[in-house]
Design a protein around this ligand. Structure first.
Ligand code: PMP
Length: 406
C-alpha cells in the first residue's frame, strides 16, 4: 500500500496551526516528534477514566491502571522483538536508559585498567555516562573512529576490542549526521570476544523495524517522545541473563521484596529497576504511539523516509553554498548541513521566518562536530508527516538565506 503523508498529517493536531502565517514545515523530528491525536486521547482517557496508582492497590481502578501499564510494557516488548516483557524496563528517556546500564551493569563490571568502547558518532547521552564511569573506575574510554563521510571504521572498531574491554556502547543511527551503523556487525565482533553491547536506538526505533534478538543486542535504549509518544517515558531492553545479575539502580518503593530496618531484598526485574511511582500515563501513551506506528507499518515508514532523504539530499546538493555534513552511504532520517558564510543559528532563524523548523547547534555531539571542524550545523530531520513539499520549502528558504548573505 502506498504511503500518504498528507493523510498522516491529519492525525496530528499541530499541523492545523500556522507558523508566522505559513503552514508549519516541521523538520525537527530527531529532536522530538509531534504527537498524533491517538496518543493524546490515550493519555487523557487514562486520566479521565482509569487513573490510579499501580501495583499496590487492591481495588478495581488500581487493577485496571496496572493492567494498562503492563499492556504497554508488552507492546514495547513486541515492538522491539524481545523474548520476555520482564526484559523491558521503563525509564524517563534514552538518557536515563543509558545511565541505568552504566551505573548498574557498568559499575559492577568495569574495574581499574578495564576499557569501554564507544564510537565517535555518539550523542552525549551515550558518551558522558561512560566517560564518568571510566573516571570513577580508573578505566579507559576508547573511541572507534569514523571516516570523512561519517561512516564508522569497522576495522578500527574491531581493533579496539581487547581482553580488558568490558562493554561496547554504540548508536544505531547518529542524530547529528544520520549515519546508520551496522549494529549486527558490531554485536557479532564484540560477542566473538565475549563483550556485551548497548545500542542507543533513540533515532532508530521511530524509523524502521528493530529486532533486538536479530541484532543480538544486550541492551537497547530509546525515548518515547521521539517515537511520536509522550515526553517523560522511554525504555531499555536488557537481555534476560544479564538482567538477573544486574544490581538495582534507584532504590525505594516499588522495587523491593522485603524490607527490615537492617536489610532489603529486591523485587525481580523489571520492578527491581523501577523505583517509585512511574510515569503510568506516559507508558500508556507510548503504547498508543506504538499501536499507531504499527498500524502504518514501520517498513513503509522506512521506505518513505529513505525516499525523502534521497530527495532532500539532491535538493541540498543543488545549492552550491550548502555543504552536507555526513555523507555515509547508509543514512537514516537526518540531513545536517552548513551554509557558506552563514552561522547555523542564523540559518535556523531565517528558516524559522519561512515557517521551516530545523535545529541549529552541536546536536549534543560536540566531539563529532570537532572532527568535522564545524562548531555547529543546521539539521533537518524527517518524520512520518513530512513530504516533498516540506523539502521544497526548506530548499526555497535556503535560497533566500543564501541571497540575504551573499
Ligand atoms: N541518543 C540519541 C542518538 C539521540 O538522538 C538522543 C536525543 N537527541 C538521545 C540519545 C537522548 O535522548 P533523550 O534526550 O530523549 O534522553
Amino acid at each position: 500500500m502506498s504511503f500518504d503523508p498528507a493523510l498522516v498529517r491529519k492525525d496530528f493536531p499541530i499541523f492545523q496551526t500556522t507558523m508566522r502565517g505559513k503552514p508549519l514545515t516541521y523538520l525537527d523530528t530527531a529532536a522530538s516528534a509531534q504527537k498524533p491525536q491517538a496518543v493524546i486521547d490515550a493519555i487523557s482517557r487514562f486520566y479521565a477514566n482509569d487513573y490510579a496508582n499501580i501495583h499496590r492497590g487492591v481495588y478495581e481502578l488500581s487493577a485496571t491502571a496496572t493492567r494498562l501499564h503492563e499492556q504497554a510494557r508488552e507492546k514495547v516488548r513486541a515492538f522491539l522483538g524481545a523474548a520476555e516483557s520482564r526484559e523491558i524496563i521503563f525509564v524517563r528517556n534514552a538518557t536515563e536508559a543509558i545511565n541505568l546500564v552504566a551505573w548498574t551493569y557498568g559499575r559492577s563490571q568495569v574495574n581499574e585498567g578495564d576499557e569501554v568502547v564507544v564510537t565517535a558518532l555518539e550523542h552525549h547521552a551515550n558518551l558522558v555516562p561512560w566517560q564518568m564511569l571510566c573516571k570513577e573506575k580508573n578505566a579507559t574510554l576508547r573511541i572507534a573512529p569514523v571516516d570523512a563521510s561519517g561512516t564508522l571504521d569497522l576495522e578500527a572498531f574491531a581493533g579496539l576490542l581487547g581482553d580488558r574491554t568490558r562493554i561496547v556502547a554504540c548508536t544505531h543511527v547518529s542524530n547529528a549526521i544520520g549515519t546508520h551503523v551496522p549494529v549486527e556487525e558490531i554485536t557479532r565482533l564484540a560477542h566473538a570476544k565475549g563483550i556485551p553491547v548497548l545500542i542507543d536506538g533513540a533515532q532508530a526505533a521511530p524509523r524502521f523495524v528493530v529486532d533486538v534478538q536479530a541484532i543480538d543486542a544486550d541492551f537497547y535504549a530509546f525515548s518515547g517522545h521521539k517515537l511520536y509518544g509522550p515526553t517523560g517515558i522511554g525504555a531499555v531492553y536488557v537481555r534476560g541473563e544479564i538482567l538477573d545479575e544486574m544490581p538495582p539502580y534507584q532504590t525505594g518503593g516499588g522495587m523491593i521484596e522485603r524490607v527490615t530496618f537492617e536489610e532489603t531484598t529486591f523485587a525481580p526485574p523489571p520492578e527491581r529497576f523501577e523505583a517509585g511511582t512511574p510515569d503510568i500515563a506516559g507508558a500508556i501513551g507510548l503504547g498508543a504511539a506504538i499501536d499507531y506506528l504499527e498500524a502504518i507499518g514501520l517498513d513503509r515508514i522506512e521506505r518513505h523516509e529513505a525516499e525523502l532523504l534521497a530527495y532532500g539530499t539532491e535538493c541540498l546538493e543543488a545549492i552550491p553554498e550548502v555543504r552536507i555534513i555526513g555523507t555515509a552511504a547508509r543514512k537514516t532520517g537526518v540531513l545536517s548541513f552548513v551554509v557558506d558564510g552563514v552561522h547555523p543559528h542564523d540559518v535556523g532563524t531565517i528558516l524559522d521566518g519561512e515557517g521551516v523548523a530545523v535545529r541549529a547547534g552541536h546536536h549534543c555531539a560536540q566531539p563529532l562536530m570537532n572532527l568535522f571542524q564545524v562548531p555547529a550545523t543546521a539539521r533537518a530531520s524527517l518524520g512520518i508527516y513530512n513530504d516533498r513539499e516540506d523539502i521544497d520549502r526548506l530548499a526555497a528558504a535556503l535560497h533566500k538565506c543564501v541571497e540575504l548573505f551573499h
